[in-house]
Design a protein around this ligand. Structure first.
Ligand code: AHR
Length: 490
């Protein structure tokens, strides 16, 4: 029997709803075909955006959406994507498949899409190949309400009032595709570009600096030491890859060893959060600068027969587990983690939605976001669980990963992942300072490589979970192998 203790009166940090954020890049079929089909399409749409995708996203309360990249961001020139569509410049998307980008989805289309789905925009500016003026004018174009050339340009394109844009990234992966810079050089460039990312009218920008790749602790050290007073956020990127890079493995056809190696790599996120936060604490003990994990998720070989530059992969119960673990870790570290953006929204990497022409399916990862949305903006409460390790020479994996939050109506939400592929876990939960009258359970569980297809879209989905019994100290539950469970108490 596993011991689990939840102390509802030990309130910790607020779980920012932005931890449940997403990322959409001009990459493969994420924007074109995934989000945007154009007004003339026979796929039902609102101002060019697919209605089925909009509805699915509204259902999970997507709080924030990052755009236009990714590597694409540091080659993107925003003025090419405004004004009459037939006069917009075309370019080659050099990062992703060498296809023609016709700029038909630009600033107006993205911000209108955010309005449709009720998400805040998070724009990533071009530091790698753009100018300070270009970045500065983009912010002015979107947010200025005063006498200004860029506000006039926006009005001439049919948008009288400015948008509210809070989150703005000053470059992406500038240690790599965003310019191959050294940390010291980027820190100076960041300071220069960020100086001209201004607040117009009542709009207040939250400036995000490019942060480290995985365990590049030196990058965090240098950025924090040299530039932390000019930023509100530092963006960490970490993908679950069981590699090597040339052979990342199939998304659907994998062994138990591959599964556990994937879990091991996923759990490494916790070490990254702890170590990067410790460096940030040195320079920013009051936690004024947030850690944003603005790219995370699984990365496998592309589906056979698809364009290698499009990063299209299937999504299984293993991916649901990756999402469940990461989201619990972000909740647990929400004192420093303010936002996280899974890569990517539709048809790319660990997508929550896949489309094929008119058809659309929700992936196992989508159902995890649906299950966990209840945590958004709640208060994290203290919890302790007695975990075991599943080990071999190739991996070391914790069997249970959980987090607990309390909402403003005193409802308690517990989300817990059982990574063990063979053993159910009988969990005895003691509740301190909380006496529930009602309990509801939900579960996502299937074989590790189960997935949804266009012919069988409901193989992995959220179902009712009844293997849970209230008692005088709390409750007991039996978690099936390879499962993700949510318990709601009130
Ligand atoms: O998400 C795909 C790519 O991964 C992004 O463009 C880049 O930022 C990262 O390397």
């Amino acid at each position: 029997m596993v011991k689990y203790v939840i102390n509802a009166s030990k309130k910790k940090s607020q779980i920012s709803k932005h931890i449940y954020g997403h990322f959409s890049e001009h990459l493969g079929r994420c924007i074109y075909g995934g989000i945007w089909v154009g007004e003339e399409s026979d796929i039902p749409n609102t101002h060019g955006c697919r209605n089925d995708v909009v509805e699915a996203l509204k259902n999970i309360n997507i709080p924030v959406l990052r755009w236009p990249g990714g590597c694409f961001a540091d080659e993107y020139h925003w003025k090419d994507g405004i004004g009459p569509v037939d006069r917009r410049k075309k370019m080659i998307n050099t990062n992703w498949g060498g296809v023609v980008e016709d700029n038909s989805f630009g600033t107006h289309e993205f911000l209108e899409f955010c309005e449709l789905i009720g998400a805040e925009p998070y724009i990533c500016g071009n530091l790698g190949s753009g100018t300070v003026q270009e970045m500065s004018e983009w912010v002015e174009y979107m947010t200025s309400d005063s006498i200004s050339p860029m506000a006039d340009l926006r009005k001439s394109n049919g948008k009288e009032n400015p948008w509210k844009v809070k989150y703005f990234g000053v470059g992406n992966e500038n240690w790599g595709c965003g310019g191959n810079m050294r940390a010291e050089y980027y820190a100076d460039e960041y300071r220069r570009y960020a100086s001209y990312v201004k607040d117009y009218s009542s709009n207040k920008i939250f400036k995000v600096a490019c942060g480290p790749s995985a365990d590049d602790y030196n990058w965090t050290e240098v950025l924090m030491e040299r530039a932390c007073k000019y930023m509100q956020g530092l963006a960490l990127h970490y993908y679950t890859i069981i590699g090597p890079w040339e052979n990342k493995g199939s998304a659907t056809d994998f062994s138990e060893i591959d599964y556990y190696r994937t879990m091991d790599k996923t759990l490494y996120m916790e070490e990254l959060l702890i170590k990067h936060s410790a460096i940030m604490d040195k320079y920013d003990p009051d936690k004024n600068v947030a850690l944003l994990v603005d790219e995370w998720g699984s990365w496998y070989d592309v589906e056979p027969g698809t364009n290698p530059g499009f990063l299209y992969q299937q999504n299984t119960m293993r991916d649901a587990m990756i999402a469940g673990i990461n989201l619990n870790l972000f909740n647990q570290h929400s004192d420093r983690v303010h936002m996280a953006n899974i890569a990517q929204l539709v048809n790319v990497l660990q997508a929550i939605i896949l489309t094929e022409g008119r058809k659309m399916i929700l992936t196992p990862t989508y159902h995890v976001f649906d299950m966990y949305k209840v945590h958004q903006d709640n208060t994290l409460v203290e919890s302790y669980i007695n975990t075991s390790e599943i080990t071999s020479e190739e991996y070391k994996v914790r069997d249970l990963v959980e987090s607990v939050s309390l909402d403003e109506n005193n409802k308690l939400y517990i989300t817990i992942c059982n990574t063990d592929l063979h053993n159910p876990k009988l969990v005895n939960t003691e509740l301190i300072d909380y006496t529930p009258n009602n309990l509801e359970g939900k579960i996502i569980t299937e074989a590790m490589n189960a997935h949804n297809t266009f012919d069988a879209p409901q193989v992995v989905a959220m179902k009712d979970f009844n293997d849970v019994i209230l008692n005088e100290n709390g409750f007991t539950m039996t978690l099936p192998p390879c499962s993700i469970v949510r318990i709601t108490l009130e």
